[in-house]
Design a protein around this ligand. Structure first.
Ligand code: SF4
Length: 392
């Protein structure tokens, strides 16, 4: 039996609105927004970025997950893995009885038409989708429109004979899903993580080189059968939607320059195409934090979001370039006015730092949060800061 796929929700938006507000809303954050995004408490001043927190894609995905539970109370409902990269939200969904297929990969082979599977905001690979379809599961597709836009460009590259060069994290679900679109439409892909890797690709485009060394370096980042001598002659650039915009633009320039040198500027479009596929929510959050740092006398920055959240990590990178920055996963990381648990920019591990908040005198904190962080966590973090200020 073919899968039934819901792509526009389940007509239960009003039925779950109260529950979503109870779980993720913050009256304190609303008050701060109404007060020019500023909060003063004792010797602390907190400035919120003008754009932060849940993006439109995450908002919709979480809403659809709640609607799914409401619509199918008697059926087994699963997520493929994390619906978004926020542990707090994922735990809430577990508590509602929604299972995670990532907990037991074998479970997929026992799914059937009575089971309901929610596809996450960042999408799934074609192979995963086809597996669910073969098993006849009911599917709730929450793939974000901005991710679908990337896929559209990648398919166009594939159909036009261009290799998709994807600026993204090869281990990230969205990038894997995007790469699978290239293959599905008969194309090829290469994932580059940063400027350094792009520089290596550009060298190869310009001068050729050691094919075996190139393949060893990018073994896990290319489509099956990739041949750099053949597949770097026509390339189209796409991005994981949550990368750092400034870096993506540089990467576009680097590739464009290399292709122009190799093939000449006159026929460049036949060899190089680029579409900016950073989503507007990511862009808005990055722009807002840049503005905050420029306009306010910020002493230190707090960035709240899951440690595996790409867009949160990029917000922290922007902040850390000019201010002491603490990327925290949730309000509990604010252990005390002296101690904070956080993930240093560029590192994978959580560390504890003492003396993060100056012990005396006025302090101006900037605060932002990633696209998968609900407002109630931001509100709880501010409440902790208020308690620290009251005690000092
Ligand atoms: S970060 Fe962008 S692409 Fe990802 S879910 Fe949010 S709006 Fe969609």
């Amino acid at each position: 039996m073919p899968s039934l796929i819901f792509r526009k929700g389940l007509d239960l938006k009003h039925a779950v609105a109260g529950m979503l507000a109870d779980n993720y809303h913050s009256a304190l954050v609303d008050r701060i927004k109404a007060n020019e995004f500023t909060y003063r408490t004792g010797r602390l001043t907190v400035h919120l970025a003008r754009e932060f927190g849940f993006c439109y894609g995450v908002d919709r995905a979480v809403d659809y997950a709640y609607q799914t539970r409401e619509r199918f109370p008697e059926r087994s409902v699963y997520l493929t893995g994390e619906i978004i990269h926020n542990p707090h939200v994922n735990e809430k969904l577990r508590a509602m009885g929604i299972g995670f297929l990532s907990d037991d990969p074998e479970r997929v082979n026992r799914l059937g038409p009575d089971d309901v599977v929610i596809l996450p905001a960042f999408g799934v690979t074609m192979a995963t989708l086809q597996q669910f379809e073969r098993r006849g599961c009911t599917l709730i597709d929450t793939t974000c429109g901005s991710v679908l836009n990337v896929w559209k460009n990648v398919r166009r590259y594939a159909e036009g004979g261009y290799t998709s060069v994807i600026h993204g994290k090869v281990w990230h679900e969205e990038t894997q899903a995007t790469a699978s679109q290239a293959v599905e439409y008969g194309g090829r892909y290469l994932v580059v993580f940063d400027r350094t890797e792009t520089g290596q690709v550009c060298d190869y485009i310009r001068h050729g080189g050691d094919r075996a060394a190139f393949m060893a370096k990018f073994a896990s980042a290319v489509s099956p059968g990739f041949d750099p001598d053949r597949d770097l002659e026509r390339v189209g650039l796409a991005n994981q939607t949550t990368m750092l915009m400034s870096e993506s633009l540089e990467i576009a320039d680097m590739l464009k320059g290399a292709m122009a040198e190799r093939f000449g500027a006159t026929d460049l479009a036949a060899h190089f195409q680029a579409f900016d596929t950073i989503c507007s929510a990511t862009q808005d959050r990055q722009d807002a934090v840049v503005r905050l740092l420029e306009e306010k006398p910020i002493d230190l920055m707090l960035v709240i979001g899951g440690y595996n959240s790409s867009n949160t990590a990029n917000l922290a990178r922007i902040c850390a370039a000019s201010r002491p920055t603490y990327h925290i996963a949730d309000p509990d990381c604010l252990v005390s006015a002296d101690e904070i648990r956080h993930r240093a920019v560029g590192s994978k591990d959580e560390i504890t730092t003492a003396g993060w908040l100056p012990a005396a005198g006025p302090v101006v904190l900037g605060l932002t949060s990633g696209a998968s962080t609900p407002d109630n966590l931001v509100g709880a973090a501010i409440a902790r800061l208020e308690a620290f200020a009251a005690a000092s």
